[in-house]
Write a new protein. Sequence first.
Length: 327
Amino acid sequence: MTTPKRILVTGGAGFIGSAVADRFVATGHQVTVLDNLSSGKREQVPAVADFVQADVGSSEAAALVREGRFDAMCHLAAQIDVRRSVTDPAFDAGVNILGALNLLEAVRAAGATTRVVFASTGGAIYGDFVKPPNVETFAKDPESPYGIAKLAVEHYLAYYARVHGLPTAVLRYANVYGPRQDPHGEAGVVAIFCGRLLERRALTVFGDGGQTRDYVFVGDVAEANLIAATCPLPAMERLDVRAWNVGTGVETSVVELARAIMSAAGVTVPLEHAPARPGEQRRSSVAIDKAARELGWRPAVALADGLAQTYAWFAAQRAVAAPARAR
């Protein structure tokens, strides 16, 4: 990087978004964070970043994008609860589809020069009819309104790129974990397990614990956003040309994850098995060859190291909160 760029991070007060904002700040960019604080936390926004509190579907957000002269927008703001998308698909679509369209139209109105880096999903978008690791060109058949909305936005991005010339990039995340993680997110099991270990409570495993996920450290995801926002882009053709999986390509079962977190924490507690959850995906991981080949991105943090960092963060947060609880 030779000159600082103006970067907008939507959802930049949240778990992943704040890590992305931190990474851009650390590399000398000028960062603005847009977040409605429905789940994000104001204290997680970098101190040197500008902060705007607004919904992505609002006129205020559209005006910010139109007038902000941003070089890139990393769009991470979203309704991320898959279960809520099932019970209230209209709400999910309102945030995840209409909110994105509000920002895309603002980019187009401003001259279509702002690069849009979109946080998509590498698990929910492919569905259960493919054998992992999922490759970008696999058929997409989402099982949830959340996955459907992410795929819909990818189609809109391809349209805006081909018809209006928008520079777009899609990052399909595997299960992201790390410091600041919300236990209610898609990889929330890591945060939940850390909390239980700190309380020396048993870890609950649903079913036989053999179901697998691809766990990628949040710092590696932030690095992928930095690269996607600043690297040369291929000419836009079909949907998957400007889409890259962001994961590790490694499947880790719930039982393996539980044992790895206990090892990282230096704490051993029993595993308690509960009935399997209906409809839970059995296996999930993403192939990352395309990101390595075209973006020069590979995950740098091994699972054991990332879990150690995550547990240490939760332990530190608990230590800070303890005196307050005692008063």
